[in-house]
Design a protein around this ligand. Structure first.
Ligand SMILES: [Zn+2]
Length: 317
């Protein structure tokens, strides 16, 4: 019998789950709509039934654990807490619901921490003990690994680098405060920067022809590749702000590498090269040249499922 774990990427709209071998090979995958289940109990029942169905469809395998990546998940308590994009309100003891329905170990963590464990088990951080994964999407998530362990802290929510304040009195943030790293360093932060520059700069730019609601990090990166002055300025400013966030994180845990992941990281060297330069300018002298800025070593399509699988395998170690 080949051992597999069920890896669950629980999202606001869809929940994707797969059966994953210890090597990181995904042998089966399926999904269900999270929004079809306003009651958590029904959701877990449907998910467990679907996982059992998927397991039975493959001969010669044995399910040995479950890993879940979810927004606002608390690893210590096995809960999802106050998640704005999910129908289940308050503090949801989701791991307890699973344990009533299936007899294998179940662990949960938030998406960015799952991405960090994925990087450690299957990706570019296999030999590293100290590193940070930054997920640069709509928001800015982070998973911090110190001495080979994910940092959870007193509450289980440690590692909210996206909500460290890098500009006093700066941009309004969804967390209710101002000037958070996320409001500058995420894909949506880049869009906000372009909107500001379009009114401040006089230069011609094809970005002026795109309605503000349709501006995306990808379109901005595409225009920067064609030397659009506003797109270039916006990427440079974003790189500088990401470097400030990184310099603070370097002072905190002295990582060997920072892995950049998610929509904004797809801008590639156009973003990575200036970030490296600004990081070296912004860190304390003792840290100069000590931290690598790298793309994630995990294929983006499978990253969330592989992160959840890595969590499950890591628990079984
Ligand atoms: Zn914030």
């Amino acid at each position: 019998m080949k051992e597999v774990v069920a890896a669950i990427d629980l999202g606001g709209t869809n929940t994707v789950f797969g059966l994953v071998e210890k090597t990181g090979k995904i042998i089966a995958e399926d999904r269900l709509r999270t929004t079809d289940y306003p009651e958590i109990n029904n959701f877990v029942s449907a998910l467990v039934a679907a996982i059992n169905r998927l397991s039975k469809s493959k001969a010669g395998i044995k399910l040995v654990g479950i890993g879940i990546g979810a927004p606002n998940a608390n690893y210590h308590r096995g809960t999802i807490e106050l998640a704005p994009n999910l129908a289940w309100k308050g503090i949801v003891p989701i791991v307890e619901y699973f344990r009533k329905k299936i007899d294998v170990p179940v662990a949960i963590t938030n998406d960015a921490k799952a991405a960090a464990i994925g990087e450690m088990i299957f990706g570019g951080a296999k030999k590293m003990k100290n590193f940070i994964v930054l997920t640069l999407g709509t928001g800015l998530g982070s998973g911090i690994v110190v001495n080979g362990e994910v940092l959870y802290g007193h509450t289980g929510f440690a590692g909210e680098l996206g909500h460290t304040i890098i500009v006093s009195g700066g941009r309004d943030c969804g967390c209710g405060r101002q000037g958070c790293f996320e409001t500058y360093g995420s894909a949506s932060g880049l869009v906000r920067t372009v909107l500001n520059l379009l009114s401040e700069m006089k230069e011609e730019s094809t970005l002026r022809d795109i309605p503000p609601s349709q501006l995306t990090a990808k379109k901005i990166a595409d225009e920067a590749a064609k030397n659009d002055p506003i797109a270039l300025e916006a990427l440079d400013y974003t790189a500088e702000m990401i470097a400030f966030g990184i310099a603070n994180a370097v002072g905190f845990s002295s990582p060997e590498a920072i892995f950049l992941f998610g929509g904004l990281a797809k801008a590639g060297e156009m973003l990575f090269a200036p970030i490296r330069e600004y990081v070296n300018q912004s860190v304390m002298p003792i840290f100069k040249g000590t931290v690598k800025i790298l793309p994630s070593g995990i294929p983006e399509n499978n990253a969330a499922v592989l992160g959840a699988a890595a969590l499950a395998w890591n628990e079984l170690k």
